[in-house]
Design a protein around this ligand. Structure first.
Ligand code: ZN
Length: 145
């Protein structure tokens, strides 16, 4: 499960609507992903505060709305990403990123692979240039025909 999918399940989990395999997959993701676990914790705390501070029970969609607000004001992306975070940032499933792991700038710490966002941004810029160059070459070739 990737971060985007995990986060789309937060509201259902908060409303205790998840069960069985789906919930297990979410909990496994939360075990391995500190970013999502932190967001889930913040959401739980916010809901708790809301419950305690209001005399009437929160509206049915209160959790979804809270989560939406949190997403809007969520802190900037961390400068160092793990593989899941990188995949999330690049809008790709992590397994599709794996073949590129020997190209993407990374460093290893405590036996784990980490990615500095600014380095990956430079790498993306190189790819953009290469892609634009390739497009130009293809166009020239077409025009020459
Ligand atoms: Zn995650």
């Amino acid at each position: 499960m990737n971060c985007a999918r995990a986060r789309s399940l937060f509201d259902a989990e908060m409303d205790r609507e998840l069960s069985g395999a789906g919930r297990n997959r979410l909990l496994r993701h939360l075990d391995g992903c500190r970013t999502c676990a932190g967001e889930m914790r913040r959401l739980r705390r916010a809901m708790e505060t809301l419950r305690k501070s209001s005399l009437v029970p929160p509206a049915a969609d209160a959790c979804a709305r809270l989560h939406e607000d949190m997403r809007k004001e969520s802190p900037a992306l961390p400068e160092v990403l793990d593989l899941d975070g990188l995949a999330d940032w690049l809008r790709l499933p992590a397994r599709e990123l794996e073949p590129f792991l020997d190209q993407i700038p990374a460093f290893e710490i405590a036996g784990r692979l980490r990615f500095r966002r600014s380095s990956v941004e430079k790498w993306i810029e190189e790819r953009e240039r290469a892609y634009a160059e390739g497009r130009r070459t293809r166009r020239m070739r077409l025009e020459a025909v």
